[in-house]
Design a protein around this ligand. Structure first.
Ligand SMILES: *[C@@H]1O[C@H](CO)[C@@H](O)[C@H](O)[C@H]1NC(C)=O
Ligand SMILES: *[C@@H]1O[C@H](CO)[C@@H](O)[C@H](O)[C@H]1NC(C)=O
Length: 776
C-alpha cells in the first residue's frame, strides 16, 4: 500500500527515481506454481516431474465452466485462486520482436529490438542457415523481454508462410516469396530458431524458448482488392494447387519445424471457413502431420463466420463449428461471449472446451511458465543484454547485405568509386525515411539510419531532394530535381513503394510505380551527367520495364524493406564494400498481368479464363524480371560434376495409367512407392561453381527440375534445392545436393495425388542441364 502511494508521488519529484521504481516493478515476469505460495505449489499441474499431458489434464479438471470459457480468448485473464497469472496469446515477431501485438511492452528497460529485413528481402539470400540465425536471435530477444518483465506472453504469430501468389498482395512483403520449397524451408529454419531447436532439428524435446505459429492456414493471400476483402473471400482452390503449392509450406512448418502454433485464416477455402474446417485443422494438421500445439483464429475470424459470411446461423453455431473443427483459442472476444450459451443450449459438449484448454495449457507449460520461478530455469538466464546485442546488429546488417538484388548493371556502373572529390545527388521520396526501411509488423528497432545518412558517410558532398511530395507522388517537383541532378557527378534515385501503397488490408490494383515516379526517374536520368542508379524499396514487384530499357539508367537495385541496418547495407553495395548476391524470390510481372482477377486462385494457366498462370512454375508470359534473377559484381559459372544416380526404376508391378486429357503416361504414386523406397533412392548431385570475377562474393545456387513432359498442369520447372556458397575472386568450389526422387521428381495429379512419371527429367542449374531417366 505504502509502496503504491510512493510510486504515485515519486514521478512528480524525480525522474531517475521513477525509472528505478518501474524497473523493480517490471523485472518480475509472470509465472504460475510459485514455490513461495504453499496453497498452489502442491498441485499436480505444478509438478515438473509429471508428463505435460498429465499436468494439463489436472489443471483443466480444476477449472469451473466460467474459468474455462475465460481462457478461450487471446487475452486470457488470471485465475488467482490457482495462482495462474494472466496470459496474452497475441504477440508478433515477423522479422524481429515487435510491439504490434498485445503481449510485449517496450516501456521498461528494453526500448527496442533488432529489426531484421522484411521477410521478402531475407528470402532473397536463399540461405536457410541465415534464416535460422535470425529466428534464434528473435527467440532470444523475446525471452529476454519476458525475463525483464516486459512480456505477458511468449507465443508469436509468425512466420507468414502463405505463397506470394499474386504480385498485388499487400502482405506479399511478409512472406518468403512465391516458391513452395523456399517458403517451406524458411518456415522450418525460422521456427527452429525461435523455438530454441538446433538448425537440423530434434533438440526441442517439448521445451520452448518461445513459440512460433505457422500462419495463415490456408490459401490466404488476398487482403482487400477492389472491394473483395479477406473477411468474405471464398478462395476456390483446386486439389492440385493445394497439394503442390498452398499446403507444402504448412506441412514443412509442422512436420520438420515442429511449430507449436497454427493460425487459421479469415478466408473460406472452397466454401468452408478455415477456422471451422475440421478436415483442415484436425484431420490434416493434427492427425496427418502430427501437429502438437495450439490453433488460434486470426483476429475476429470467428465472429465473421457468423456475421460477415453468414456461414453459421447463430453465434453459438459459430462457436460449435470452430471448437469442433479443432481450433483452440479465439483472437477477439467472441468465444468469451457466446460459448456459455452454446453449452447451455446443449450444442457444445464441455469436452470440446477441455480439449482446447488442454492444448493451450500444454503450450504454456512447454514454455516453462508453470515451473515456478522462471529465472531459475535455463531460459531464465537470458539477459536484457542479448537484445540489440552487437551480434544481432551484425546479423541484421548481413541479412540486408545478402538480400539486396542487383537487377541491372550496364557497363559496370556499380560499384561507384570511393572518392573524396565526387558529388552525389540523392533523389526520391524513399531516400530519407528510416521507418519505410522496416516494412510492417516492425519495431521499435534498436537503431535508425536513413539511406541519406548512410550515403553521406561515403560522400560528404551529397545533395538530397525528395522530388515527390510523398511515395504516392501525386505531385512532383521534377524541374528542381533535374537541376540538382545536373550538378552532381552521380545520381542515386531511391523510389518504390511504402506502407501507404501495399500493406495489410490494402492490395494494389496496379503494378507500375505510383503517381509521377516514373516521369521523375526518366527526366532525371535524361539530364544527369552519367547513367543513374535506381534503387527500389518495395515488397511486391513493380513493372519497371521502362527503366530496364532506358540507357540513362545504368543500374537497378531492389532492396525490399531492408530493416534497421538496410541503409548501411545499401550504401555498402553501391560503393563496393559488399558484393551483392541476392536473387528475386518472386516473379516481376508486367502491368498487363492485372487483367487476371486477383480472386482467381488458380496457379495453372487456363485458356477459358485467360489466366496466364502464376509464378515461375506456371507463368509462360514475359516477365520484367524472372524468379531467381540477381546479378553480382562477379560472374559465376556452373558445371554438373556428378549425379550418383541418373536412372530410376519404379517397377514393382507397374501399370499404364491414363493421366488427364488423353495424356497417356506410365507413373507410380508416391504413397504406393512407400517411404522406404523414397529413402533408399535418395541421390547426390554435385555441382561445380566458379567465381570468374575480381571480387569475393556469396552466391546462392538454385537447382531446378524440368519434368519430362509439358502441359496438363505440370510445372515448367520446379526448384528442388538451393545453397549459398562463398567464393573468393577466381575461386572454385563443389556443392552437393541430396535429392529424394519422391519429393524432387514427383508432381501433383489433378486430384492432388503425388506421382512420379516415366521419361527423361532434367536437372537444371543456370544454363546447364543433366538428364535423369525414369523407368516405370
Ligand atoms: C507497460 O505497458 C503495459 C501495457 O500498457 C502496462 O500494463 C505496464 O504497466 C506498463 N509498464 C510500465 C513499466 O509502464
Ligand atoms: C526393374 O527393371 C530393371 C530393368 O528392366 C531390372 O533390371 C530390375 O530387375 C527390375 N526391378 C524390379 C524390382 O522388378
Amino acid at each position: 500500500m505504502i509502496f503504491h502511494k510512493l510510486s504515485l508521488v515519486f514521478p512528480l519529484l524525480c525522474l531517475c527515481f521513477t525509472s528505478l521504481l518501474t524497473r523493480v516493478d517490471s523485472t518480475q515476469p509472470p509465472f504460475s506454481c510459485d514455490p513461495s505460495n504453499p496453497s498452489t505449489e502442491t498441485f499436480p499441474f505444478c509438478k515438473t516431474t509429471l508428463p505435460i499431458s498429465q499436468r494439463a489434464r489436472d489443471l483443466v479438471s480444476r477449472l469451473t465452466l466460467d474459468e474455462k470459457i475465460s481462457q478461450l480468448v487471446n487475452s486470457a485473464p488470471a485465475i488467482p485462486r490457482l495462482g495462474i497469472p494472466a496470459y496474452e496469446w497475441w504477440s508478433e515477431a515477423l522479422h524481429g520482436v515487435a510491439g504490434v501485438g498485445k503481449g510485449i511492452f517496450f516501456n521498461g528497460t528494453i526500448r527496442g529490438a533488432t529489426s531484421f529485413p522484411q521477410v521478402i528481402l531475407t528470402a532473397a539470400s536463399f540461405d536457410s542457415y541465415l534464416w535460422y540465425r535470425i529466428g534464434q536471435a528473435i527467440g532470444l530477444e523475446a525471452r529476454a523481454l519476458y525475463n525483464a518483465g516486459q512480456a505477458i506472453g511468449m507465443t508469436f504469430w509468425a512466420p507468414n508462410i502463405n505463397i506470394f501468389r499474386d504480385p498485388r498482395w499487400g502482405r506479399g512483403q511478409e512472406t518468403p516469396g512465391e516458391d513452395p520449397l523456399v517458403t517451406g524451408k524458411y518456415a522450418v529454419s525460422y521456427v527452429r530458431g525461435v523455438q530454441g531447436d538446433t538448425f537440423n532439428g530434434g533438440k526441442l524435446k517439448g521445451k520452448l524458448q518461445a513459440s512460433a505459429c505457422c500462419k495463415h492456414f490456408t490459401a490466404y493471400d488476398l487482403d482487400n482488392w477492389k472491394g473483395t476483402t479477406r473477411y468474405k473471400f471464398d478462395a476456390r482452390v483446386t486439389m492440385q494447387d493445394l497439394a503442390d503449392t498452398y499446403q507444402p509450406p504448412f506441412e514443412s512448418c509442422v512436420k520438420q519445424g515442429r511449430a507449436s502454433g497454427i493460425m487459421c485464416a479469415y478466408n473460406r477455402v472452397n466454401g468452408i471457413p478455415s477456422c471451422a474446417d475440421r478436415n483442415l485443422l484436425s484431420k490434416t494438421a493434427r492427425r496427418l502431420w502430427g501437429f502438437h500445439g495450439y490453433i488460434t483464429s486470426d483476429c475476429d475470424a470467428v465472429s465473421i463466420i457468423y456475421d460477415a459470411e453468414g456461414y453459421a446461423k447463430s453465434p453459438e453455431d459459430a462457436v460449435v463449428d470452430v471448437l469442433k473443427a479443432g481450433m483452440d483459442v479465439n483472437c477477439g472476444s467472441f468465444l468469451q461471449k457466446h460459448t456459455k450459451a452454446a453449452v447451455k443450449q446443449k450444442k457444445l459438449p464441455e469436452s470440446e472446451i477441455d480439449r482446447a484448454l488442454h492444448n493451450l495449457f500444454s503450450v504454456r507449460m512447454r514454455l516453462g511458465l508453470f515451473n515456478g520461478n522462471p529465472t531459475m530455469q535455463p531460459f531464465g538466464k537470458i539477459g536484457a543484454d542479448v537484445v540489440c546485442s552487437p551480434a544481432h546488429q551484425v546479423l541484421a546488417l548481413q541479412a540486408a547485405q545478402d538480400g539486396i538484388v542487383l537487377l541491372k548493371n550496364s557497363h559496370g556502373l556499380l560499384p561507384l568509386p570511393k572518392s573524396k572529390s565526387v558529388s552525389l545527388a540523392l533523389i526520391g521520396p524513399n531516400a530519407n525515411s528510416a521507418k519505410t526501411l522496416l516494412g510492417n509488423y516492425a519495431g521499435p528497432s534498436c537503431r535508425s539510419i536513413t539511406p541519406l545518412q548512410a550515403l553521406q558517410n561515403y560522400v560528404e558532398n551529397t545533395v538530397y531532394y525528395p522530388g515527390c511530395d510523398t511515395v504516392a507522388c501525386s505531385s512532383a517537383s521534377i524541374d528542381k530535381a533535374v537541376n540538382i541532378a545536373k550538378g552532381a557527378d552521380h545520381v542515386v534515385l531511391i523510389m518504390g513503394l511504402d506502407q501507404t501503397q501495399e500493406k495489410e488490408e490494402l492490395d494494389r490494383v496496379d503494378l507500375v510505380l505510383p503517381g509521377r515516379q516514373q516521369e521523375l526517374i526518366t527526366r532525371v536520368a535524361e539530364a544527369a551527367k552519367k547513367p543513374v542508379i535506381l534503387v527500389l524499396l518495395c515488397g511486391g514487384p513493380v513493372d519497371i520495364t521502362f527503366a530496364k530499357h532506358d540507357r540513362n539508367i545504368g543500374s537497378i537495385l531492389w532492396a525490399g524493406y531492408p530493416g534497421e541496418a538496410g541503409a548501411v547495407a545499401l550504401a555498402e553495395v553501391i560503393f563496393g564494400d559488399h558484393n551483392p548476391g541476392g536473387r528475386l524470390p518472386m516473379t516481376w510481372y508486367p502491368q498487363d498481368y492485372i487483367k487476371v482477377p486477383m480472386t482467381d486462385m488458380k496457379m495453372r494457366p487456363q485458356a477459358t479464363s485467360g489466366n496466364p498462370g502464376r509464378t515461375y512454375r506456371f507463368y509462360e508470359g514475359k516477365e520484367v524480371f524472372p524468379f531467381g534473377c540477381g546479378l553480382s559484381y562477379s560472374k559465376y559459372s556452373y558445371k554438373f560434376k556428378s549425379v550418383s544416380q541418373n536412372k530410376l526404376y519404379l517397377n514393382q508391378s507397374s501399370s499404364t495409367k491414363m493421366v488427364e486429357n488423353q495424356d497417356v503416361v506410365h507413373y507410380k504414386s508416391v504413397p504406393e512407392l512407400g517411404t522406404e523406397f523414397c529413402e533408399t533412392r535418395k541421390f547426390l548431385v554435385t555441382i561445380g561453381v566458379k567465381n570468374h570475377g575480381e571480387m569475393a562474393g556469396k552466391h546462392p545456387v538454385l537447382l531446378f527440375v524440368k519434368p519430362a513432359r509439358r502441359g496438363n498442369g505440370r510445372p515448367i520447372k520446379q526448384l528442388v534445392g538451393f545453397q549459398s556458397v562463398i567464393l573468393n575472386a577466381k575461386e572454385k568450389a563443389e556443392i552437393v545436393f541430396e535429392l529424394s526422387p519422391c519429393e524432387s521428381l514427383s508432381r501433383a495429379r489433378e486430384d492432388g495425388l503425388m506421382v512420379i512419371e516415366e521419361g527423361t527429367h532434367f536437372l537444371v542449374v543456370g544454363d546447364e542441364e543433366y538428364p535423369i531417366s525414369i523407368f516405370v
